[in-house]
Design a protein around this ligand. Structure first.
Ligand SMILES: NC(=O)c1ccc[n+]([C@@H]2O[C@H](COP(=O)([O-])OP(=O)(O)OC[C@H]3O[C@@H](n4cnc5c(N)ncnc54)[C@H](O)[C@@H]3O)[C@@H](O)[C@H]2O)c1
Length: 303
């Protein structure tokens, strides 16, 4: 996909972080925008910032406060998009949340929340928008589109004390690799990428605002508090910015690249994991390059 002006982009998680930065690039390139987020104040800030720019260029903007984990709300969103713009050319299934902690301490309600947003949110985006895109492609051989699903390096690794997040992101990688293969069976006009960032400073470590009500009264366990502190530290010290990630997404749209990485040096750990799998070797020490981090985690968790 190289030509952006006048085309339509749907972005979930558009109120903050990668979603917001991609929306800014879409607006600068004269696209129509469909902005989606569960936090209406964050969404409204994005709308207020981008609407004048989009309208000056003759484009249009639709904003919907939607929880991506709710199938009916996503179906209604897709219908609104179809009625307003027709099939979208770019779908960025990006909204996500993060919870850490030892895997057996994660409650069923937390599993439902994180899998609902991180996995089912992507499933819904794929389910409701792909058929619309295929239909548009069938009717016009010059039409093309691109779906980008946000996973994480956590989708390629199994870092301890992050089980629920790892599971949700591994699932997004598997879903997106399958989507790539499935689409190749039926069309050459729709491409797919999976975004796998490492730690980047965004709002991801400030989930408190969007935790569902069922979790409001639930006290975090010691391992969850440790996980949250480590996550905050990791994202706050991240050197790559959300602006750079958004640029990488657009580079991938233009070049048709499937895997989008923010920190290529982190792939060493992925290689070690894949070698473990190939050699039937027990999982390698994830802290081999930073042993003090593993020691700190073990000491804290054995108190
Ligand atoms: N920042 C990182 O270090 C990092 C690393 C790897 C992957 N990711 C992934 O990147 C994606 C974007 O995260 P970010 O870092 O920009 O964080 P962010 O918190 O800045 O942005 C995420 C946005 O998603 C929205 N959101 C959360 N739950 C939602 C729901 N149920 N329905 C609709 N919107 C919802 C939030 O309100 C927020 O505006 C996520 O999927 C995250 O898991 C982030």
């Amino acid at each position: 996909m190289k030509d952006f002006k006048g085309r339509t982009a749907v972005l979930t998680g558009a109120g903050s972080g990668f979603g917001l930065e991609c929306a800014r690039i879409c607006a600068a390139r004269g696209m129509n925008l469909v902005l989606v987020d569960v936090q209406d104040d964050a969404l409204n800030r994005t709308v207020t910032e981008l609407r004048p720019q989009i309208e000056t260029q003759g484009g249009n903007l639709l904003a919907r406060c939607v929880d991506v984990s709710e199938a009916a709300a996503m179906q209604a969103l897709a219908e609104d998009v179809r009625n307003t713009f027709g099939a979208p050319h770019f779908v960025f299934n990006n909204a996500g949340v993060c919870v850490g902690g030892l895997v057996w301490e994660t409650t069923p309600t937390e599993w439902a929340w994180v899998m609902g947003v991180n996995l089912m949110g992507v499933v819904h985006g794929v389910h409701y928008f792909t058929p619309m895109m295929l239909e548009a492609a069938k009717m016009d051989s010059s039409w093309n589109g691109h779906i980008v699903n946000t996973a994480s390096m956590a989708g390629l690794l199994a870092t301890p004390n992050m089980g629920i997040y790892n599971v949700s992101k591994h699932a997004v990688v598997a879903l997106t690799e399958t989507l790539y293969q499935d689409l190749k069976l039926v069309s050459d006009q729709i491409n797919v990428s999976v975004l796998c960032p490492y730690s980047v400073s965004t709002g991801i470590s400030a989930n408190e605002l969007i935790r569902p009500q069922e979790l409001a009264g639930q006290q975090p366990t010691a391992s969850q508090i440790i996980g949250e502190t480590m996550l905050k530290k990791a994202v706050q010290s991240g050197k790559v910015t959300a602006v750079e990630i958004a640029q990488k997404v657009f580079d991938a749209l233009e070049s048709g690249q499937f895997y989008i990485y923010s920190h290529p040096h982190a792939l060493g750990a992925v290689q070690a994991r894949l070698e473990d799998v190939m050699l039937a070797r027990n999982p390698s020490d994830p802290f081999s390059d930073k042993p003090e981090l593993g020691e700190q985690l073990r000491t804290q968790l054995r108190k």
